[in-house]
Design a protein around this ligand. Structure first.
Ligand code: 13P
Ligand code: SF4
Length: 350
C-alpha cells in the first residue's frame, strides 16, 4: 500500500505542486477539453501535476495509456492514448518508448507487459485491482475444462496473466460475441463475467455458452427496474449500458457496447440527453467534445480505477516504482491467448 503522506512530502522536495491559477491559465487548450466538468479552482489544483507529469514523461521517454474510466484530469491532461481495453492492448503492442505508464487497473498493465515485454510498464497503484480479475484463478479454468471437456475457454481480459495463460483465447467487451462466434465448438466456456457471457449468449444464439460466476462490482449494481423507472420519467433520454450489466438491464437499454463503443454511439447519434449505465467518468470525459449532449449520470465509481490519481502518476514516473512483472513462461502462454483475440478482431474488421 502506498503511503500518500510520504509520497506527498517527497514530491514536494522536487516539484512546486501548490495550486496555481497562473499555471492553469498557461494551459487553456488542456482546460478547454474539460471545462464543462472541472471547475477553475479544481483545475488550478491539477495544473502543477499536469505540467510536472508531461515534462517527466519526456525525460523518461514514457507514454501514458489511459482507460476511458480515468478522471478527466488524467484522460485530457496527461494521457497520450485513451481507449477501451481492446484499443489499449493493441496500442501497447505499438509502443516504442521505453516506459508505459498504465492509467487503468492491474490487469491492463499486465496485458501491456505481456504484449510488449521489453518495456518497463508502470502502474501508479499496484492495488488497483478488479472484482472480475479477483473472481477466478487458473484452477477455476481447470475446473471449467473438467466440467465441459473439449469446450474452448474464452476469457475476458479482466483477468490475471495466469488465468489468461490457462485459457484458449481472450476477449474484451467490444469483441466478445465475435470471438465466441468464431469458435468451432458448439459449447463455449466464458470466464469470468457471467453477465457478459449471458449478454453474448443472446447475440450468439447458435452456441451453448457456459460461464463462471464472476461479476463487476460497478455494473452489477444497476437494476432493470431503475431503468424502467427512469425511462418512465424521462422517455426521450437515450439509455446506454455496458455489457458487464446484467442482461435484464441491457435489455432496457437503447444500445450496449464497450466503453469506446458507447463513445462512438453517442458521438454519432448525438441524443439530447444520455444516461450512460456504466462508470461515472465516462460521461465526464466526453462531455466537452459533445456539448450538445446532456449527460444525466449515473455516477457509480469503480473504486479500483479511482485509485489512479495525478499524484500517484507523478510518483510512479518520478520514482520509477510500480513496475509490473509477469513471469516470462506465464507471459508467453498468456500472449498466445491475447494475440489470438487481436488476430480474430483484425481479421473480422478487414
Ligand atoms: P472496456 O473494454 O469496455 O473498456 O471495459 C473495461 C472495463 O473494465 C469495464 O468495466
Ligand atoms: Fe473491474 Fe468493474 Fe472496475 Fe471494470 S469497472 S475495472 S470490470 S471492477
Amino acid at each position: 500500500m502506498l503511503d500518500l503522506t510520504d509520497i506527498r512530502s517527497e514530491l514536494g522536495n522536487h516539484y512546486d505542486l501548490a495550486p496555481s491559477v497562473d499555471l492553469a491559465a498557461e494551459m487553456p487548450e488542456i482546460y478547454a477539453r474539460m471545462d464543462r466538468v472541472v471547475s477553475p479552482p479544481d483545475f488550478a489544483i491539477y495544473a502543477p501535476y499536469i505540467k510536472a507529469i508531461n515534462a517527466l514523461k519526456k525525460e523518461r521517454n514514457a507514454v501514458i495509456l489511459a482507460h476511458n474510466y480515468m478522471t478527466p484530469q488524467i484522460y485530457h491532461g496527461i494521457a497520450d492514448v485513451v481507449g477501451d481495453s481492446l484499443q489499449l492492448a493493441i496500442e501497447a503492442t505499438r509502443v516504442e518508448a521505453d516506459v508505459i505508464v498504465q492509467c487503468g487497473v492491474h490487469f491492463m498493465a499486465e496485458t501491456s507487459k505481456i504484449l510488449n515485454p521489453s518495456k518497463t510498464v508502470l502502474i501508479p497503484d499496484m492495488d488497483a485491482g478488479c472484482s472480475l480479475a479477483e473472481s477466478i484463478t487458473a484452477e477455476g479454468i481447470a475446473e471449467m475444462r473438467a466440467k465441459y471437456p473439449g469446450a474452448p475457454v474464452v476469457t475476458y481480459v479482466n483477468t490475471t496473466a495466469e488465468v489468461k495463460a490457462a485459457s484458449d483465447i481472450c476477449c474484451t467487451s467490444s469483441n466478445a460475441a465475435q470471438i465466441v462466434a468464431a469458435q468451432e465448438s458448439d459449447t463455449v466456456i466464458m470466464t469470468p463475467d457471467k453477465y457478459l457471457a449471458q449478454n453474448v449468449a443472446k447475440d450468439v444464439p447458435h452456441k451453448r455458452i457456459v460461464w463462471w460466476d464472476g461479476a463487476c462490482i460497478v455494473h452489477e449494481q444497476f437494476t432493470a427496474q431503475d431503468l424502467r423507472d427512469f425511462r418512465a420519467s424521462e422517455p426521450t433520454t437515450r439509455i446506454i449500458a455496458h455489457p458487464e450489466c446484467p442482461p435484464d438491464v441491457v435489455a432496457e437499454a437503447d444500445f450496449s457496447g464497450s466503453t469506446s463503443g458507447i463513445i462512438d454511439y453517442v458521438n454519432s447519434e448525438r441524443p439530447e440527453k444520455a444516461l450512460l449505465v456504466t462508470e461515472c467518468s465516462m460521461g465526464s470525459n466526453i462531455a466537452n467534445a459533445m456539448p450538445d449532449v446532456d449527460f444525466v449520470g449515473p455516477c457509480n465509481m469503480c473504486p479500483f480505477m479511482k485509485m489512479i490519481t495525478l499524484e500517484k502518476v507523478l510518483w510512479t514516473l518520478h520514482s520509477m516504482q510500480g513496475a509490473v512483472e509477469v513471469d516470462p513462461e506465464v507471459a508467453d502462454r498468456a500472449r498466445v491467448a491475447v494475440q489470438r483475440m487481436i488476430d480474430v478482431s483484425r481479421a473480422q474488421a478487414a
